[in-house]
Design a protein around this ligand. Structure first.
Ligand SMILES: Nc1ncnc2c1ncn2[C@@H]1O[C@H](COP(=O)(O)OP(=O)(O)OP(=O)(O)O)[C@@H](O)[C@H]1O
Length: 540
């Protein structure tokens, strides 16, 4: 750990990452540390702050690289120059030896490689920070790929995540950085990262996506060999598509690029609205094209390690807002947010609509082929945050995927008009959700829960009635107790008054003789005293 800390300190020094911090806003002790540190003697060099951060993260290794990659998608949190630079982060990890991969497969499957594989390529096809992929052939003759998690990677990751948490906590002490919620961002990252360590999760996501697009001309998903899949090993059907970024190969085969681009958008909306299960790692390295029928091109998707799904409310949020944007009706967008309680209480629709207009109008003013849904959503989230809306991480994941899909589509077919491709889809979905079919679907979804509760209904009703009855009785008792108490108090007051009167009369009786004599001589004090006494008694 100490060595690791030393290394980190060295990297921070070499790339002068201290210059990224607003020194004047740091707590005093940190300000002093940085002010008198020998760090300041190291020149910052010719690179921009974004580039220095990127190089530093690359030098620190895979966990930091992946963290930077994730951060680069949080344009709602980062300044654009840093986000742009972080997008260029590359995994530069050398592959681990093939014999280690073989040993790991044997350990996980608890048998020799030869038991299941007719061939296993020791040289990897691809290698990334968390896993490595080897080509292989089963005894049935089927070509497969075997994905293997790097040895000891979990150990390294845990240590580095610990360090990231320490940085995040430190950063939280800087008022400006607190807004970025560094600890929560690291926690988000931690859960995504550790999910990727269990290949059974990726395999399950892949199977689900395959089922959702069974027999679809739009998307093909390679099958999983479940009997050969474990936590650190996944065996999958091998595919032979053209990488989607290989424009030359696609053009050479006469692929209908416009159709391909539009199908990307269609797949995205189908995943989000029909299936509520979307592939959230749609970078070009994970997308291939089946060119068996170039005029009717089909996508192939791999690497389903990261997927997303929205709550029913978030689905509604997305569809309604996108449609309102289509109509450039910012007031409707603002009203939607206020009605649904998404933004803070007391938000004024006019102010909110004006803020959204300011951010979105420059985007929507552009020609259709340049308009980005992802940018529009980003603008909306940024504005909504200013009005105290907590944007759900799944929505951010979706916005990032949308940006990827758009980028991909425009690269394939620069004139792609996303709005007209998506609009009929969204309108149909909204109509279905609000219409009798939507109602029926929603009833069907709730039916198991309702049917579970139905036999318990008399008991529940009895409980509810008893509860109401108990409450009423209690309230009645309370009321009675109050009335009783009042009665007791009144009774006590009457008794006191009688007692005081008795004492007074007794005193009068005893003092009658001398008083009369004195009153004959001095009548006025006696009259005044008697009047005051009578007043006092009457007031009780
Ligand atoms: N089913 C498959 N058929 C053919 N090639 C595959 C298959 N699965 C993976 N590959 C190859 O292996 C590469 C890496 O695979 P994958 O993206 O699943 O690994 P990864 O470790 O998650 O990588 P990254 O982090 O870069 O996404 C792919 O780009 C592709 O070239």
């Amino acid at each position: 750990m100490n060595l690791r800390l030393l290394r980190i300190f060295w990297v921070v020094t070499r790339f002068r990452l201290d210059t990224l911090l607003p020194l004047e806003r740091l707590p005093l002790f940190l300000r002093l540390v940085f002010r008198f540190s020998p760090l300041r003697l190291v020149p910052t060099g010719p690179h921009s702050r974004g580039k220095r951060l990127r190089l530093a993260l690359e030098a620190l290794g895979p966990v930091f690289v992946k963290f930077g990659q994730m951060l680069s998608t949080r344009r709602d949190l980062l300044p654009p120059d840093i986000a742009d630079e972080l997008r260029r982060l590359q995994d530069q990890v050398p592959p681990f030896p093939g014999r280690q991969a073989r040993a790991l497969v044997e350990e996980e499957l608890e048998c020799t490689i030869e038991t299941h594989f007719a061939r296993f390529d020791t040289d990897p096809m691809a290698s990334a920070s968390i896993a490595q992929v080897h080509a292989a052939r089963l005894h049935s003759g089927e070509e497969v790929v075997v994905k293997v998690i790097r040895p000891r990677i979990e150990h390294v990751m845990r240590k580095d995540i610990g360090l990231l948490y320490s940085f995040a906590r430190l950063l939280r002490r800087v008022p400006e950085a607190r807004r970025l919620r560094p600890v929560e961002v690291v926690a988000d990252y931690e859960s995504t990262l550790f999910d990727e360590l269990d290949l059974r999760k990726e395999a399950a996501n892949t199977s689900q996506l395959k089922r959702n697009f069974k027999h679809s001309p739009l998307l093909y998903v390679p099958g999983i060999h479940w009997p050969l899949t474990r936590q650190r090993v996944m065996v999958q059907e091998r595919i032979y598509g053209v990488p989607v970024a290989d424009m030359q190969a696609l053009q050479a085969q006469g692929t209908d690029l416009r159709r391909l681009a539009e199908r990307g958008v269609e797949i995205f909306f189908t995943q989000v609205f029909r299936d509520n299960f979307f592939h959230a790692d749609m970078h070009p390295g994970n997308i291939f094209v089946n060119c068996d029928h170039p005029e009717d091109p089909q996508y192939i998707a791999i690497d389903c390690g990261i997927v997303g799904s929205l709550t029913r409310e978030d689905q509604d949020y997305l569809a309604r807002n996108l449609l309102a944007f289509f109509h450039q009706d910012y007031y409707e967008v603002a009203a939607l947010h206020i009605e649904s309680g998404w933004v803070g209480e007391g938000t004024r629709a006019n102010e909110f609509a004006a803020a959204i207009r300011t951010v979105c109008e420059p985007i929507l003013e552009r020609p259709l082929k340049e308009i980005s849904f992802g940018q529009v959503l980003l603008g909306l989230f940024q504005t909504a945050r200013r009005f105290n809306m907590e944007v759900q991480p799944q929505l951010v994941l979706l916005q990032k995927t949308l940006l990827n899909i758009e980028g991909l589509g425009r690269q394939l077919y620069p004139d792609l008009d996303l709005w007209s491709t998506a609009r009929p889809y969204l309108e149909r979905w909204m109509k279905e959700r609000a219409g009798p079919r939507g109602l029926w679907e929603s009833l069907k979804k709730q039916a198991p829960e309702l049917s579970r509760q139905l036999p318990e209904l008399p008991v529940l009703a009895h409980h509810a009635l008893s509860h109401v009855e108990r409450e009423q009785r209690q309230r009645h008792l309370q009321a009675e107790a109050i009335v009783g108490m009042r009665r007791q108090l009144a009774h006590k007051a009457r008794r006191d008054r009688r007692l005081r009167l008795g004492v007074l009369l007794l005193a009068l009786a005893l003092a009658w003789q001398p008083l009369v004599q004195w009153a004959v001589q001095q009548p006025w004090p006696v009259v005044i005293a008697a009047g005051l006494g009578a007043l006092l008694l009457a007031s009780r």
